[in-house]
Ligand binder design. Structure first.
Ligand code: GDP
Ligand code: IMO
Ligand code: MG
Length: 424
């Protein structure tokens, strides 16, 4: 049975929750490898909708072990609330596993996220203000606090005191904020420790053993390649690696443990927050994409910016994301349009860029070169196999596949798990 990584190939919200949940039907383990509760993954099952931020989308199946890997940053209050929400809806969360090495999001991380954004003014990133960036910053500065520290209260208090002492100086002197009391935080977090202790595990070992035993493991990414800290549109990115490379370090497996990397792309593009977006539309077409696609953030409720599919960025995401095949999501949304466009290159100051430009400034000033395709202008949300798609839709999909450079294996035409079919 394969180990599959599910990666967003755009700026997030491609439908990772839906696809990870779909694949989880036949999986044994679903593991999140990066990000935290900046993610919002929606699963629609019958009349029920679940919005998950931390717990992997496989949790709803009793046969699946949901795992939060070491590459994630975890706000324990949010995790406990999410578990409570699931339990109240009849879903057992007792089999969840939380990495001892995952870093904790602390109250001062959330505060720093908010004040730094305010400080940046017009240059702000538009973060989710969940403390994600500051938590990863502390991880790399080697002053982060890990899940395992909670179970050694002496060490926990020592580390907390040191980091809060320094952070308070920054908060008070630079940002004019109130100082945090480390003891208050210690009491709060040691309370979480008690409630979480049953779930804490050596998740790297657990996943390794599952792979060795031939189990089916899904690695569920958050965000998307274009939000990757190394390969995305820096600094308008998140502070982790959503690419498949991040799946390796974020779980503790090697490249040979992965069989396939399924990239997800919508049939158009959306983006929340600031940053360059060459195919963004600020006209009625973009508005229609927002309305029909329901493009409002799962986490913050913000309106997502929308535009035509950008095959330059997609080809780049396939390359740096290590994507071996694609799922084309939300194809139904394009039924609204008589003509559907795909950007095939960028044009800037007389230069054509068929590949993603190495100099990011180009993204701000370029004009996308579009290829127009006749639309299908009929509702395709009930289509359940390739042959039943209108010919114009099939031509469009085949063209996206050709431009992306890897096969499109799955097509999604609605939020329901069942609104998905394979492309032969
Ligand atoms: P994620 O963050 O990648 O898991 O994606 P989100 O859940 O934030 O956003 C995707 C949204 O599109 C959710 O509301 C899904 O229910 C919905 N969705 C997923 N696939 C499709 C599809 O094929 N068509 C339509 N119309 N909606 C979809
Ligand atoms: P899912 O997993 C879309 C964006 C934020 C902001 C930038 C940095 O649902 O696809 P952060 O809080 O991470 O420091 O914010 O990244 N962002 C997302 N956009 N979907 C997400 O997750 C996102 N997670 C973060 O809007 O622009
Ligand atoms: Mg989302």
């Amino acid at each position: 049975m394969p180990a599959t990584v599910v990666v967003g190939a755009q700026w997030g919200d491609e439908g990772k929750g839906k696809i990870a949940n779909l694949l989880a039907q036949e999986a044994d383990v679903v593991v999140r490898y990066q990000g935290g509760n900046n993610a919002g993954h929606t699963i629609v099952i019958g009349e029920e909708t679940f919005a998950l931020s931390l717990i992997p989308s496989g949790v709803i199946y009793p046969n699946v072990t949901p795992v939060i890997g070491n590459g994630c940053v975890v706000d324990p209050a949010v995790l406990l609330k999410e578990m409570e929400m699931l339990r109240s809806r009849g879903i057992d969360t007792s089999h969840l596993k939380l990495s001892t090495n995952a870093h904790l999001i602390m109250p001062y991380h959330r505060k720093l996220d908010a004040v730094r954004e305010r400080y940046l003014g017009k240059q702000q990133i538009g973060t989710t203000k969940r403390g994600i960036g500051p938590a990863y910053l502390d991880k790399f500065a080697r002053v982060g606090i890990r899940v395992q520290d909670l179970y050694d209260p002496g060490i926990f208090r020592d580390k907390l005191e040191a980091v809060v002492k320094e952070t308070n100086k920054v908060l008070v002197k630079i940002y004019n904020q109130l100082a945090f009391d480390p003891e208050e935080i210690a009491v709060e977090y040691l309370g979480y420790a008690e409630r979480l202790s049953a779930y804490v595990a050596d998740t790297a070992l657990f996943v390794w053993e599952a792979i060795r035993a031939g189990k089916n493991v899904i690695f569920e990414g958050a965000q998307g390649v274009m939000l990757d800290i190394d390969h995305g549109t820096y600094p308008f990115v998140t502070s982790s690696n959503p690419t498949s490379g991040g799946a390796l370090t974020g779980v503790g497996v090697g490249p040979r443990d992965i069989d396939r990397v399924l990239g997800l792309t919508k049939a158009y593009v959306s983006r929340v927050g600031t940053g360059p977006f060459p195919t963004e539309l600020s006209d009625d077409i973009g508005e229609t994409m927002v309305r029909v696609g329901g493009e409002y953030g799962t986490v913050t409720g913000r309106r997502r910016r929308c535009g035509w599919l950008d095959s330059v960025a997609l080809r780049y995401a396939v390359r740096v994301g290590g994507i071996t095949e694609l799922a084309l999501m939300k194809l139904d949304v394009l039924s609204e349009f008589d003509t559907v466009r795909i950007a095939t290159a960028y044009l800037s100051e007389g230069t054509t860029y068929p590949e993603f430009p190495r100099q990011q400034g180009v993204l701000y000033h370029c004009t996308p070169i579009y290829e127009d395709h006749p639309g299908w202008a009929v509702d395709i949300s009930a289509v359940r196999n390739w042959d039943d798609l209108p010919a114009t839709a099939r031509t469009y999909v085949e063209r996206v596949e050709q431009l992306a450079g890897v096969p499109i294996r799955l097509i999604s035409v609605g939020p329901q798990r069942s609104a998905t079919f394979e492309k032969p």
